[in-house]
Design a protein around this ligand. Structure first.
Ligand SMILES: Nc1ncnc2c1ncn2[C@@H]1O[C@H](COP(=O)(O)OP(=O)(O)OP(=O)(O)O)[C@@H](O)[C@H]1O
Length: 305
């Protein structure tokens, strides 16, 4: 019998998952799974719970929560050889990763996808000793997400980030960086750099339009020093995926990226504080097996050709 461990964050998003849990469990049981549940209690707990699930040799781990919960679960399984398959039930405030792999926010539709057993092995990133599935980066702007109080996020959702972003715009300062990517070098003053694994981040659904999650490459996006007017122009271009041609943007794809800064710069890993730079980024090709909808396959094949 297949065994699934459901790791869920009871505080995620609008806290809807718990009510649905008995129905979700019943559906897994009916589909032939022996199921058990872990409700996370604090930051880091999902990582520990996922580690334990690997030790107990679960076939499947289901992460029910937002991007934070998925990131923690991935950090619990990524280092291990016998990695379980990963199911996603997106019930968070930010569900960028679920959107990137075409998983709907409806709990039961997300369960349908897991139970339909369609698997795809996708890339993840590692920076220093942390793993990420969406994006990592640095620069003043990326410090947003942990400045937004979680209460505000629960009430306002995505809007909370935009409000905070507008408030921070005037305080953006450039930083001098040296970035090595697959043996080549970039050196300049920048506003921010992003190392993307998926194409959809923080409401910008076309930030890295060509990003594939199966090619073992990151999309590296750098915004050079820009004034407020340039910044607003590029942000509005980015909303429709038309920013890559802009002269203030440097864009390339690479498997390994090393970032050094002269001043202290914080690293953001999947929306959370990830320590200070320098950062040594490696793309781990097709490292995690996920349950994905058939539509995702079609989409990715179209992208590949
Ligand atoms: N019981 C808990 N109480 C408080 N925080 C928790 C609990 N369980 C997990 N967490 C933390 O909450 C963080 C955010 O969770 P998650 O991403 O699942 O939800 P979210 O609603 O999208 O939240 P956010 O938008 O704040 O990132 C997780 O990274 C985890 O560290």
């Amino acid at each position: 019998m297949k065994r699934a461990r459901i790791i869920y964050n009871p505080t995620s998003g609008r806290e809807l998952f718990k009510k649905e849990l008995p129905n979700v469990l019943e559906r897994f049981e009916k589909a032939g799974y022996e199921t058990s549940v872990h409700a996370t209690t604090a930051t880091g707990d999902a990582t520990e719970a996922a580690r334990v699930a690997v030790e107990r040799e679960f076939d499947v781990v289901v992460a029910a929560g937002g991007d934070g919960t998925i990131n923690e679960v991935i950090n619990g399984i990524a280092e291990r050889d016998n990695r379980p398959k990963l199911g996603i039930i997106p019930v968070g405030t930010t569900n960028d990763f679920a959107r990137a792999i075409s998983i709907p926010r409806n709990i039961h539709k997300a369960v349908d996808i897991i139970l339909s057993d369609n698997i795809r092995a996708l890339d993840i990133g590692r920076v220093n000793d942390q793993y990420f599935m969406n994006i990592a980066g640095g620069g003043k702007l990326t410090e947003l997400s942990y400045e937004v109080p979680s209460k505000l996020k629960t009430v306002l959702g995505q809007l909370a980030y935009y409000l905070k972003g507008i408030e921070m715009l005037p305080s953006l300062r450039p930083t001098k960086v040296k970035i090595e990517y697959d043996g080549e070098f970039f050196e300049d003053e920048i506003m921010l750099f992003l190392v993307a694994n998926t194409n959809s981040v923080g409401g910008f659904e076309k930030l890295a339009p060509a990003a594939s999650m199966e090619d073992g490459l990151f999309d590296l996006l750098i915004l050079r020093k820009a004034n407020l007017a340039e910044f607003v122009r590029i942000a509005s271009l980015a909303l429709r995926g038309a920013h890559l041609e802009d002269e203030r943007i440097f864009y390339t794809r690479a498997k390994r990226i090393i970032v050094h800064t002269e001043e202290k710069m914080q690293l953001n890993v999947d929306g959370e504080f990830g320590g200070l730079l320098p950062g040594d980024f490696t793309n781990l090709r097709q490292h995690i097996e996920y349950f994905v909808p058939i539509e995702f396959e079609k989409y990715n094949e179209k992208e590949d050709s």
